[in-house]
Write a protein that binds this ligand. Structure first.
Ligand SMILES: C[S@@+](CC[C@H](N)C(=O)[O-])C[C@H]1O[C@@H](n2cnc3c(N)ncnc32)[C@H](O)[C@@H]1O
Length: 406
């Protein structure tokens, strides 16, 4: 553990807090105090950075990297602290195996906004899903006292390390190794559950372990639209309901196996499709896919699809090098759209596999316009023991989409 004198980290923590306050991420005195007093460097002794096609490890002890490490730790950045090789065996241009992040310390501004949104009161008990470094658990302990905090992570090594770090600050919250989807029944019920790993639906254990009137804050998502934070309240015995928030917050998946770095339906994507399959044209500009509201609706309409990536491929007709957008389904459905239109304004589309993915994109674009181009915060979610679905504008509205989102 690198020794960092108080004089060296406190001013950095204060500067970070000032930035978060100026931007409106931190508002309340309680959370300002927690962020100011909590030494993030204690929880992130090692940062893994992807730089120039390879990985760099920043530590306080690394030759020449102490200043870079400290600056990273007290910056408003998400810091990857653990990763595992991609199951697809992909390699970086450097030849190193491509890794998938399996733990990180969340961006402080996102953590601040989420903690403010959580609206905790002095007497509340909180469950955190995804202990990771333990930093957020430390913030919660500062705010509520360690007796009121429980946190669970699927990775036993992370839990053990977080326990030691928290103990060095005098905190002894309930730290548990297990699948966060099961919650932590033995320390509940909870007034608040905050998930720092993403879910495609609300685990029913969370609903059960929530006190009446309690709230869940989680990134509920599929593979197409990432930053969809949802705040749900338990109004009925076994039901939570609430809205997606105007603020974004993208988390790595809650995964079911500690050794598998991938989330549900995160299949490796081959960037090649068979252009001898169906060929059509489209008036829709693939750039429209970047609109948050449209992406959100598309995620509801198009399941088991990921990687709307961009790449360059030889054109199927004239062999020229063209930029395209690719959608890839886990059932090997593929749609590829050339971004540059032809002189008649139409873009070329190739689709293969059991589903015609681009046809669904076009139908969803029409629906999105018909619905008045809703933004993500116009959607809400209801979850109980029998059903979970997303609604638009009102729970009883005609349009609803079932969960899970993968
Ligand atoms: C973004 S990190 C959490 C950051 C953490 N709150 C912090 O302050 O450092 C996500 C964490 O979720 C954990 N995780 C993934 N799947 C899980 C599961 N099924 N149950 C519990 N934790 C899980 C990962 O091991 C990882 O540490």
């Amino acid at each position: 553990m690198t020794d960092v004198p108080d004089s060296e980290w406190r001013s950095r923590a204060e500067a970070l807090v000032s930035t978060l306050v100026e931007r409106g991420d931190l508002v309340s005195q309680h959370w300002r105090a927690a962020f100011t007093a909590t030494p993030r460097h204690l929880f992130v002794p090692r940062v893994l950075r992807l730089v120039d096609g390879g990985y760099r490890t920043l530590t306080g002890d690394g030759p020449g990297s102490r200043e870079e490490w400290l600056s990273a730790v007290y910056s408003d950045d998400s810091l990857v602290t653990q990763h595992k090789p991609h199951a697809g065996g992909y390699r970086l241009p450097s030849g190193e195996p491509l890794h998938v992040p399996t733990s990180s310390s969340t961006m402080p501004s996102l953590m601040a906004r989420m903690l403010e949104t959580l609206d905790v009161r002095d007497e509340h008990r909180v469950l955190e899903i995804g202990t990771g470094t333990g930093y957020n658990a430390a913030l919660l302990c500062h705010r509520l006292g360690d007796h009121a905090v429980a946190s669970v992570d699927i990775d036993p090594d992370l839990v053990d390390t977080a326990r030691d770090r928290l103990a060095s600050l005098g905190y002894r919250p309930a730290l548990v190794t297990g699948d966060g989807a099961d919650g932590v029944a033995e320390h509940g019920p909870y007034d608040r559950i905050i998930a720092t790993a993403a879910v495609p639906e609300i685990p029913t254990a969370w609903i059960k372990q929530l006190a009446p009137g309690g709230k869940i804050l989680a990134n509920v998502r599929g593979n197409l639209a990432g930053g969809t934070l949802c705040l749900l309240t338990k109004e009925d015995d076994d039901e939570v309901m609430g809205r997606f928030l105007p603020m974004g917050g993208h988390f790595m998946w809650l995964r079911s196996d500690v050794d598998n770095p991938h989330g549900p339906d995160e299949h490796p994507v081959e960037p090649v499709i068979d252009r001898e399959g169906s060929r059509t044209t489209t008036r829709l500009d693939p750039v429209d896919l970047d609109d948050d509201g449209f992406r959100f609706l598309l995620q509801l309409a198009l399941r088991r699809v990921r990687a709307i990536g961009r790449g360059r491929q030889p054109d199927p007709v004239d062999g020229g090098d063209r930029e395209f957008v690719l959608l890839a389904g886990s059932d090997r459905s593929r749609a590829e759209v050339l971004i540059e239109p032809e002189p008649d304004g139409l873009r070329r589309v190739a689709q293969t596999g059991p589903r015609r993915l681009w046809d669904t994109v076009e139908a969803t674009a029409l629906l999105w316009h018909d619905l008045g181009r809703p933004t993500p915060d116009e959607f809400g979610l209801v979850a109980n023991n029998d059903t979970q679905f997303v609604w638009l504008r009102h729970r009883d509205a005609w349009h609803r989409w079932p969960l899970p989102l993968v």
